[in-house]
Design a protein around this ligand. Structure first.
Ligand code: NAD
Length: 393
């Protein structure tokens, strides 16, 4: 009898589980439905470039219907409101309901505000194409306003969080500063860029040599780093730091961390701090017909230790495995364990500089080789999902 596979989320984990499931299930064996809140698959690893106007929206928002066309997957645009795993049902905000035989939860993560007063209400985030577009329009309008009023807060951009998201974004701003200043007839030196990081240095966990390279490269282009200084409050346009000092800004971008998706956290499957607990086959620890891909899950290495980081490359690999494991589960066969392959981590520092480590021995890259590797890894992903084809439209 034909199964119904319901996939929640059209990001890296959701898209890849749909494509992988269809490679294993014939069209008569399973109907596959994918629900996503946008009609596009968003390349969120490139959103910093969209926020700075350095890439077109078309390049980071790929139409899901085209990506899924050959896989015979039903696409439904809607926002998931509730999952009822004991009833095998999912409810969308528009009032529609779905039932399933097997469910893939790939709803990604949400920005974590850590209860910092005023932060959520008074900051921008960078989790979607809409966020990036909103941020770009806002920054430009503030610089336009500054050129008339000289209100310094309008020409001050503060990035809260010096992880990869924050560093990549501030790098784009460092490069766009001159063009923006020129457009509005001000000096680039009038635009102030800050990156505030709670830990003693930016990019916690990165090799010291690469942290130094990133810091120096961005400082040379006008970025001021404030490290060891958590943001403790955001009051209107005033950012308060732990040492009692303040920064005045009309633009605080919060990139201070991510947490599990709240729909997943509250649905009744077993969770650990909001992220679904899974076995080695990426099945929910409490509901074996629920599979997880991407940041909605917390996955620990088999030998224990810290969970794997919530990254695009792992979401992609989890999605592919989940497609196969649903097939094995439906047939009563042996499921395959998740064995991630770490190809590396690359972070851009603007248009012409980057840092990263590649390969199992974590070879360090800086400058042009790192920039080219990052570009190559993006192209590799796009060709894997046939996104290059959709870009041609
Ligand atoms: P993150 O959790 O990696 O970094 C957040 C940073 O914010 C941390 O350095 C943290 O110390 C800091 N922070 C937290 N609270 C703060 C406060 N109150 N004030 C100031 N700073 C504060 O988050 P992210 O950068 O969004 O990355 C999320 C995940 O995505 C990570 O696993 C990351 O590696 C991955 N990522 C990868 C890439 C890439 O591969 N190019 C790009 C972006 C993100």
């Amino acid at each position: 009898m034909s199964k119904h596979i319901l996939i929640l989320g059209g990001g890296y984990g959701g898209l890849l589980s749909a494509l992988s499931a269809r490679e294993h299930f014939g069209v008569n064996d399973a109907k596959i439905t994918l629900v996503n809140r946008f009609p596009t698959h968003q390349i969120i690893t490139e959103l910093h470039r969209l926020a700075a106007g350095n890439i077109s929206e078309k390049a980071v928002a790929l139409p899901l219907d085209k990506l899924l066309r050959d896989a015979d997957v039903n696409l439904r645009i809607g926002t998931v409101k509730e999952i009822k795993p004991d009833e095998h049902s999912v409810h969308l905000e528009d009032g529609s309901n779905f039932t399933y035989d097997m469910l893939v939860v790939a709803l990604g993560s949400e920005t974590a505000f850590f209860g910092i007063p005023g932060l959520q209400e008074n900051s921008f985030i960078l989790k979607s194409v809409n966020d990036a577009n909103r941020l770009r329009a806002h920054v430009e309008s503030r610089i336009a306003e500054y050129s008339k009023t000289k209100n310094k807060a309008d020409a001050t951009i503060v990035v809260g969080g010096g992880g990869l998201t924050g560093v990549e974004l501030v790098g784009e701003y460092a490069d766009m500063k001159s063009e923006l200043a020129h457009k509005y007839g001000i000096s680039p030196d009038e635009i102030n860029l800050y990156c505030v990081e709670a830990a003693p240095s930016i990019l916690p966990g990165f090799p010291a040599e690469l942290v130094d390279r990133a810091t120096t490269s961005l400082q040379k282009r006008g970025v001021t780093f404030l490290t060891g200084l958590p943001i403790t409050k955001m009051d209107g346009t005033t950012v308060e730091l732990k040492d009692g000092s303040t920064l005045e800004t009309s633009t605080l971008v919060w990139t201070g961390g991510v947490q599990g998706n709240s729909v997943v956290a509250n649905c009744g499957i077993q969770v650990d701090r909001g992220r679904a607990v899974v076995n080695e086959f990426l099945q929910s620890a409490s509901h074996p017909d629920v599979f997880l891909a991407g940041d909605s899950a917390v996955v620990f290495p088999s030998e224990g230790g810290r969970p794997y980081p919530p990254t695009a490359q792992l979401a992609w690999q989890m999605g592919e495995l989940v497609g196969y494991n649903m097939f094995a589960y439906a047939k009563g066969g042996a499921l395959a364990p998740f064995v991630p392959v770490f190809s590396g981590t690359l972070g851009s520092l603007g248009r012409k500089d980057a840092i990263g480590t590649i390969g199992a021995n974590k070879t360090q890259l800086k400058g042009l080789p790192a920039t080219m590797m990052k570009e190559a890894s993006n192209l590799r992903y796009l060709s894997h999902i046939k996104g290059l084809f959709t870009l041609a439209y």
